[in-house]
Structure formats: structure tokens, C-alpha cells
Write a protein that binds this ligand. Sequence first.
Ligand SMILES: O=C(O)CCC(=O)C(=O)O
Ligand SMILES: [Fe+2]
Length: 288
Amino acid sequence: MTVERTISQRLEEDGYVIVDGLVSDEQLEILRAAADRAVAKARNDEWKLRRVVGVQFPPWGETADDVWGVQMIMHPDLKEPEFAKWYGSDKLLDTVCEILESKEEELQLELFNMLINPEHKDFALEWHRDDVKPNVDEKEEIERLAIPHYGTQWNTALYDDACLWIVPKSHYRIRTPEERDININDPLSLNMPGQMCVELKAGQTVFYNNNILHRAVYDKSKKRATLHGCMGTVNGGPHRARNILQHGVAWMREERFKETLPARLYPLYDNLIKLANQNEGKDLGFSQ
Ligand SMILES: O=C(O)CCC(=O)C(=O)O
Ligand SMILES: [Fe+2]
């Protein structure tokens, strides 16, 4: 008899896990409408916090011919409170607690963005791990991969999405010589050994370890609106602080942001503000 693995076991062992049912049919319609409005603002320059086509990592800068993501979708100036409502929804919070094996009072509100298809030009991200640069030596690679995350990251597709490619089970091990060579010398390769496309149906979520070897391919003709978020725990300390605070969370300190949140998120919000206060003025090594 085979024993079903839990979602946290699957995430731990495979580096990713696909979960159904975190968005109800009703929420899907509401979020799609909010996404359309937010995407229009990002494309027509009304919303400047966005990922710019041609640039893989932040800073993305102020000007854009085309965009592949809308940043900070809970920001009150975007005026789309449904995003925060869903970020604080029961099923999502229950699942995050299960994945992190944490009590809810230990969770911390973090980032919430949206990944979209470019309008004018296909775009692709190179093979990467979010928190380890390609050219590090084996010693540094193993050290960085061993740092616990104290958090989880996910993509929730509002439309069918086949943009993300991963190498399953690559999240804790150093790269093989072939992977390393592709990662450094041919990072847009479509032939990474063991690669797998993460195919999501509308409404499905993939939680993934962001140090898994991954890349993404964006087709301008295929509509994408995929919610891209993360939550951490208060045990993450400076490591988590570096990941989150480098994105600029000053706007989150404002009372008018807290007022848009569902009550279940208040303790998570307070944990984020505590983290920001504890790390104020510290050099967290954002430039790595
Ligand atoms: O588009 C995606 O699903 C992945 C994005 C990504 O890897 C990143 O932003 O670092
Ligand atoms: Fe990434």
C-alpha cells in the first residue's frame, strides 16, 4: 500500500506541489475582473510598480514599453481590495499553515504581485534560482541552498498557465556540470535535462521552493494573469527580512493599508511591521 504524501512532504521532496481549490468559482470571476483593471493600469502607465519586459530582476525602473508583471497588487492606491481579501482567505491561510507547519499567529504578511503576458513582445526568463546566483562555486551553492526559507511562495493561475518551467528535485542539491554549464552559458536553453513545464488549470496553485532551478516563457498571444505571492513566518529573522524588505514596504505601514485587510490578516500584518521595525536602518545585504 502506498501512503499519500502530504502537501508539505511533496513540496519538501519535489520542490513544488500543485494544489486545487484555493479559488472558488465566484472568487475567480471577481479576481479576473480586478486583474483586467490592474493590468490595464500597468500597461497604460497609470501603475508604475511593474515588471518591465527585457529586465529579469528588480529594479525594473520607471519606464516600460511592455510589462510582464504588476507589483504590489494589495497597495491601496491600486484600489483593488479583492486581492487582499483573497490573500487573507481561509483556504489559502489554512494551506500556508499546513505547508509551513506553523501556527497562524507565526505567519507574516509579505508580497503579493501578479504575473501577466506581455502585450507586444514575447519574453522569457533565464534559468535561475531566486536566491543563488549562477556563477557561485559549489561550496557557496551548497551553503546558500541549506539556508532555511521560513516561508513559501506560490503562483495561482486565473487563466490556464504553462509559462513556468522547473527541474523537479533540484532545490537542495548543487547543479550537475551540465546544468551549471547551461545555467551560465546558455541560460535560455529549452533543453535543460529533467525540465518540466508546470501546467496549471485556471484556479490551480503551485507552491514552489524558489531555489528550484526554474525559468519562464511568456507568449504575448496567450492571456496570463497569475497571482504570485509569498508568506513567511516570524522565525525567519534577517534572512526573511532581506528577501521582503528590499522590495520597499513603507506604504504598508500606512493605516489606510491595514484598513483594506480582512481581519484574519491583522496579526500577520503586525508581524510584518515588527520585522520592518527590527530591521530599520540595518544593512541586510540587499545587493547580493
Ligand atoms: O513567471 C513565473 O512563473 C516565474 C517568475 C520567476 O521565476 C521570478 O520572478 O523569479
Ligand atoms: Fe524566479
